[in-house]
Design a protein around this ligand. Structure first.
Ligand code: AMP
Length: 417
């Protein structure tokens, strides 16, 4: 079956059974873990006024310049589909007022970026993220990262690696820029065309270039941190020390850069080897965002749900194991039993049992096949004789054994509530 010209847009996918069961598990583990750390859910609109994103994320970033889905709405306002979660959440918390000055919130939902689709990179993707507002403090950053690593562990995802670094404060960022521009200048000839072009505008991006010539140059550069003030370096040292005290190992990675402009101080990324080229499972950092003259400080992260799912499947998780299964399947022999089965299913479902049945009058064989396909562990069969006796044949699908039980016994056995 194909939907022809109506298939999803490139880079956008349906999330259907059985895979959706694993998505639900990933989400529900997150929903039960965040409250342990005092985080509550927030849901913000998917569509916002464009300046919410351009102001927060930064005019010069790839996300804003090349990747946003921006258009005029029917009232002629420029609007964008959210490319990330932080900007909208900060906008919402500012509107909610002073009670939310130290908010701890999490969100789960779709994000949109018009990137070139490839394995692990979609145009509609999903993030699970958190924001904790409050002034810079290495303890707050370490707590946030430790919660994230706790979540990774709860998902059963071994082998994730935490890379941390710092962007320093505004003065450090200016010093890093100037320092890098000068340090790279003698090597311009060895850089790829794109890095030569962005040498003066985005010198940090050179650190991230995969081109072998650029990598060789980067290896000769002084570490980014050498351009920063001692206090900023001490801040990162303390984050790493606090993480150590919480039992969370971190690798300080001088090449780590993040694609959004709002970060100050700690930045981090979690990678996983099962992901291949797009190996970032999650990113995070401390930020300062000024939407309307009031700067908001906080720390947060976003985890790519598609990538979490990919990593789990790479680690051998089977999506079939997360598919919802019926507790019982009702099979009817004849029209009267078919009618009665629907009523019985309703009665059982009202008492918390997951019950499947075929209402269209297919053969007993076809009904048994459907029960098998949906993985029903028990099947109850009845025809006119069983109806008359108030009984059914209950079959254990794994063992193949059958026994006759009364309808009352069946209900008592499968009712949960
Ligand atoms: P970012 O908001 O860019 O820091 O991204 C945070 C996380 O979201 C990344 O580490 C990825 O796991 C995920 N992510 C970002 N962009 C995409 C995308 N285009 N497709 C799938 N996942 C993405």
């Amino acid at each position: 079956m194909s939907s022809g010209g109506f298939s999803p847009l490139q880079g956008m996918s349906d999330i259907a059974p059985p895979e959706v069961g694993l998505w639900q598990r990933v989400e529900s583990v997150a929903r039960s873990l965040f409250p342990l750390y005092g985080f509550e859910e927030i849901r913000t609109p998917i569509l916002e006024r464009t300046p919410v994103f351009t102001r927060a994320i930064g005019e010069g970033t790839d996300v804003v310049q090349k990747e946003m889905y921006t258009f005029d709405d029917r009232g002629g306002r420029q609007v964008s589909l959210r490319p990330e979660g932080t900007a909208g959440v900060i906008r919402a918390l500012c509107e909610l007022g002073p009670d939310f000055a130290e908010a701890r919130v999490f969100y789960i939902g779709p994000m949109f970026r018009a990137e070139r689709p490839q394995a692990g990179r979609k145009r509609q993707f999903h993030q699970i993220g958190v924001e904790a507002l409050g002034a810079p403090s290495p303890a707050a950053d370490a707590e946030c990262i430790a919660m994230q690593m706790h979540l990774v562990e709860q998902w059963g995802l071994g082998g994730a690696v935490l890379h941390v670094h710092t962007r320093g404060v505004a003065a450090d960022q200016a010093a890093v820029r100037a320092g890098l521009i000068e340090a790279v200048r003698p090597h311009l000839g060895a850089l790829c065309e794109e890095c030569r072009r962005r040498h003066e505008t985005h010198p940090l991006r050179i650190l991230d270039c995969k081109n072998p010539g650029c990598r060789a140059v980067v290896d000769t550069l002084p570490p980014v941190m050498s351009f920063m003030a001692p206090e900023s370096r001490a801040y990162l040292d303390e984050v790493v020390a606090r993480l150590g005290a919480l039992g969370v190992p971190a690798q300080v990675d001088p090449r780590l850069i993040r694609g959004l402009d709002y970060y100050e101080h700690t930045i981090w990324e979690i990678t996983h080897a099962a992901l291949g080229a797009q190996d970032a499972l999650a990113g995070g950092g401390r930020y300062r965002i000024d939407l309307d003259g009031r700067a908001v400080e906080g720390v947060g992260f976003a985890m790519g749900v598609e990538r979490v799912i990919m990593a789990l499947m790479g680690a051998g998780v089977k999506v079939e194991d997360y598919r919802g299964r019926p507790d019982l399947w009702l099979v009817a022999v004849g029209d009267r039993a078919r009618e009665e089965n629907l009523a019985l299913a309703q009665q059982l479902r009202r008492r918390g049992a997951a019950v499947g049945l075929d209402t269209s009058g297919r053969s007993v064989k076809a009904q048994m096949r459907a029960a098998n396909r949906r993985g029903a562990p028990w099947v109850a069969v009845r025809g006119d004789d069983e109806l008359a006796a108030g009984r059914c044949q209950l079959k254990d699908m794994a063992a193949g054994a059958e026994q006759s039980v009364t309808v009352g016994e069946l209900i008592a056995r499968f009712a949960k509530a």
